[in-house]
Design a protein around this ligand. Structure first.
Ligand code: GAP
Length: 453
């Protein structure tokens, strides 16, 4: 696809997100705030489906991972020990001509000289380190003693609670601690919709093990994470595995993979899977003076575990799901005229609405009451959208556009007006193939259960 058509595709996805209530600009009525986004009624369902499935895969379906929900603000000493206060920064330059601030490593260059992407000037200030952590104060006095940071990653609360979790869960190595939560980075140039924002969510596991097992476990997690993406509808072929070469990795990492997705704006990082050795636990043990080691019963040895960290972005995965699902096809409408059908081909387990339920006619009370009764019977287990407005074809299109995998129509056969043979059956319409079939109302629940599980 050309750069222009990729940009157009991205524009269409952003516009659909706003039009249908997936994602809005934060504080929009006041002009928004760069790098902050709100998830609307459909976006929040999509996000919950993603986070719930990640939790199920990573915590509930395994015997060796437990969860944690740490606070966003922690003792400043955490960020000193982790190295974030000293080094969590990007090189920043200001354009002297138009006064816009940029990350220098993201600027275009001419003859190896960076120039301003906004106005084209190469009159830039020398690069300075810009710390990405948001600052605040805990308590009424705004002084250095009360200075705190909004966490830039969820990982650190896992490291500092390692001992508490180990003692209370009585896990043995290898075992992991998982967390989903907000993280904040004062990015110099937030961009590409929700891809790089200043407030976002992470899904992270710190998986503790013995040193000799580290590299093998890293590769096992790589496979596990690829299987996860496949199972939410992002095929293996769209994910690029980038092994970070020596010299580009964090100095403490023995090996790191980035999983990258083919976004319309380029191949970009979705998740990092890093072998962080014993760096974090050792740093916190040293800085706090509290041992963060592990005692192995069998060998009677005490040591600091090594750690493998699969760290994924919720928002980036949401964007990948939207980009992967978005499609437009030309089809013939009811009167044979060509029209564009916009579809989100979400995997049913990710789809915000699992099933649309429609009475064929709005002014026939037997049809509407039956349709409402079916909707009510499914609501405790599935997200349902009841719709009686407009032609049935239009109602299908509205659901196609938000990725609803199934629609059910209640018609005269359902209420037995055309004889007893089709009584208590409905039309089940499939989003992707547009095929329709007849199904008994009594079978709907198990059909949906199987499809969305
Ligand atoms: N604990 C390791 C860590 O935080 P990272 O590569 O800086 O590693 C992990 O972040 C993931 O968090 C990224 O792969 C990405 O999906 C997500 N992420 C990082 N910065 C982000 C941002 N500004 N906006 C959205 N997602 C971001």
């Amino acid at each position: 696809m050309s750069e222009d058509s990729n940009a157009l595709r991205m524009e269409k996805i952003v516009s659909l997100c706003k039009r249908r209530g997936f994602i809005f600009q934060s504080s929009e009525i006041y002009g928004g705030l760069n790098g902050f986004w709100d998830y609307g009624p459909l976006g929040v369902e999509l996000k919950r489906n993603l986070k719930n499935f990640w939790w199920r895969r990573v915590v509930h379906e395994r015997d060796d991972v437990v969860g944690l929900d740490g606070s966003i603000i922690m003792n400043r000493a955490v960020w000193r020990a982790s190295g974030h206060e000293e080094t969590f920064s990007d090189p920043m330059v200001d354009c002297r001509a138009c006064k816009i601030r940029h990350r220098v490593d993201q600027l275009p260059t001419k003859d190896n000289v960076p120039y301003c992407s906004a106005c084209g000037s190469d009159d830039l200030t020398p690069p300075r380190a810009f710390n990405l952590m948001f600052k605040s104060f805990a308590g009424p006095l705004e002084n250095d003693e009360n200075l705190v940071y909004l966490r830039p990653e969820t990982a650190q609360s896992i490291f500092v609670q390692f001992k508490n979790v180990l003692d209370t869960s009585r896990k043995k190595l290898p075992f992991g601690i998982a967390q989903i939560g907000k993280a904040f980075r004062n990015e110099i140039n937030p961009r590409n919709f929700i891809f790089r924002s200043r407030e976002f969510e992470q899904m992270e596991v710190e998986y503790f093990c013995k040193e000799p097992d580290g590299l093998k476990i890293l590769d096992t997690w790589l496979e596990e994470r690829l299987r996860f993406y496949q199972d939410i509808g992002i095929p293996r072929t769209k994910i690029h595995i980038h092994e970070i070469p020596d010299g580009e990795r964090a100095f403490y990492s023995k090996k790191t993979y980035d999983l990258e997705y083919e976004f319309p704006f380029g191949i970009q990082e979705l998740e990092g899977i890093a072998y962080r050795t014993d760096y974090d636990l050792s740093q916190h043990a040293q800085a706090s003076g509290k041992p963060l080691d592990y005692f192995e019963e069998e060998t009677k040895q005490r040591f600091v575990p090594h750690v493998i960290e699969p760290s994924a972005g919720v928002d980036r995965t949401i964007l990948a799901l939207l980009c992967q699902a978005f499609d437009e096809e030309t089809i013939a409408n009811d009167v044979g005229k060509a029209e564009t059908r916009t579809i989100l081909h979400f995997h049913p387990r990710m789809a915000p609405i699992k099933c649309g339920i429609f009475p064929l006619l709005k002014n026939k009370s037997e049809l509407t009451s039956k349709a409402r009764e079916i909707a009510a019977s499914l609501r405790s287990q599935f997200t349902i959208f009841y719709d009686e407005a407009g032609a049935i074809g239009r109602r299908y299109r509205r659901q196609d556009e938000i990725g609803t995998p199934f629609c059910v129509t209640v018609d005269f056969d359902t209420i037995g007006e055309n004889g007893p043979s089709l009584k208590d059956t409905v039309t089940l319409r499939h989003r992707d193939s547009m095929k329709q079939e007849r199904i008994a109302i009594s079978e709907l629940k198990s059909f949906l259960m199987q499809a969305v599980d």
